[in-house]
Design a protein around this ligand. Structure first.
Ligand SMILES: *Cc1c(COP(=O)(O)O)cnc(C)c1O
Length: 395
């Protein structure tokens, strides 16, 4: 059986997790901070906050950005539902905007048209997604966001190690915080770095970083410099104002959650991160091989292609009889997948008035798209088998 994506757990991974399990900390321990620092360094952001999964990372982000009841936020329909759901968690309104048929990413011209059509202040933010691993040009989105006073939350779940080149020729890594207020990642088994469940928020903004830390753990702070209650109250008896707060004392100052990561997952994450570049290199080689063969076939009407800075979480091709190919591959134990069923047509979002025909490019893309096996441990023989089966179906 060949899946579309798969984790890679090595003996070294097993060793570091076993060691972490023998240490003093099972949940919030020293490995988490170490992983956060290494991850921030890898991505090129100042700060990183590890959380229990990518969806929690999205939720904490919309909370930290202050999304409120009725706030309009723009995102793409071609994404995993969580990119939109995080807006709903805070009572915001999801406004879908169509994709570019070439890149499969949120079409900036359509977003601009949306913004232009309403008075300034109508929209609060944008959630662009580096779909399939292709980096959104966030420099362009930042310009637009500044014009309309919007925040940007980059969903980089598909793109650790991905980048785009900015107008000065500089490489800008997905999630590096240079253009977006916040970016998020997932460590679900099909993603580049796998820790079972897990997620990360990256940012260059210290204020947001501190908010995220607090929200991750019930809204509780142990920082005496921000305590609101008096020292005497904290101590439970009269103490001089010059004394310090008792060591046990902490305050819940906002409504937070338990979205913590665990120390043994962080140990796994650190080990996985050390191989991230190797995995990325392999993904790019797999993409090149698919492209070299499929670019010669006129029945393939679209595909991910060979793009600098693409992190290749997915390799998508578009063909006419997608259902036929999907079933044919399954008969041969190749489990391709479809990414994504347009989010605006999920029955939940249809309840808000979204309907067939609202996002024509995304809807047409959905009819033809299929994601072929793409993961670092896919062997040459397995990929050759996948290619052979795709070609024999198209004949
Ligand atoms: C995987 C994924 C998520 C959610 O991550 P989880 O860790 O599964 O909660 C969000 N957005 C995108 C684009 C994803 O691929």
């Amino acid at each position: 059986m060949i899946p579309y994506g798969k984790q890679n757990i090595t003996e070294e991974d097993i060793k570091v997790v076993s060691e972490a399990l023998k240490a003093d900390f099972l949940t919030q321990g020293p490995k988490i901070l170490e992983f956060e620092k290494l991850f921030a360094n890898y991505i090129g952001s100042k700060f990183a906050v590890a959380v229990s999964n990518g969806t929690a990372a999205l939720h904490l982000s919309t909370l930290a950005l202050g999304v409120q009841e009725g706030d309009k936020v723009i995102t793409t329909p071609i994404t995993f539902a969580a990119s939109a759901n995080c807006i709903r968690y805070c009572g915001g309104e999801v406004v879908f905007s169509d994709i570019d048929p070439e890149t499969y990413l949120l079409d900036i011209e359509k977003v601009e048209a949306l913004l232009k059509a309403s008075p300034k202040g109508t929209y609060k933010g944008i959630v662009p997604v580096d779909f399939a691993g292709r980096a959104v040009n966030l420099e362009a989105f930042r310009k637009l966001a500044n014009e309309y006073d919007l925040w940007i939350l980059e969903d980089s779940c598909h793109s650790p190690g991905g980048y785009f080149v900015d107008s000065t020729g500089k490489q800008q890594n997905c999630g590096n915080g240079n253009f977006a207020e916040l970016a998020i990642f997932s460590f679900h088994p099909v993603k580049h770095i796998a820790t079972g469940e897990g997620g990360m928020v990256t940012t260059n903004n210290e204020e947001l970083y501190k908010k995220l830390l607090e929200l991750r753990t019930h809204g509780i702070t142990r920082d005496a410099s921000v305590f609101k209650n008096s020292k005497s109250f904290a101590a439970g008896q009269e103490v001089p104002e010059s004394s310090s707060y008792p060591a046990w004392y902490m305050e819940m100052q906002t409504l937070g959650y338990n979205y913590r990561f665990t120390d043994f997952q962080a140990a796994l994450g650190i080990s996985q991160l050390s191989r991230a570049d190797k995995g990325l290199e392999r993904r790019r080689a797999i993409a090149k091989k698919y492209f070299d063969v499929f670019s010669k076939n006129s029945k393939i009407i679209g595909q991910s292609g060979v793009i600098d800075g693409h992190a290749y979480h997915l390799y998508v091709i578009e063909i006419e009889d997608r259902l036929g190919l999907y079933n044919y591959l399954r008969e041969h134990q190749i489990f391709a997948q479809i990414h994504y069923i347009p989010c605006h047509l999920m029955p939940y979002y249809q309840e808000f008035g979204w309907k067939v025909g609202d996002m024509l490019i995304s809807e047409n893309y959905y009819k033809n798209c299929i994601s072929l096996p793409m993961f670092p441990t896919l062997t040459e023989e397995e990929q050759d088998f996948v290619i052979e089966k795709v070609l024999s179906f198209l004949k």
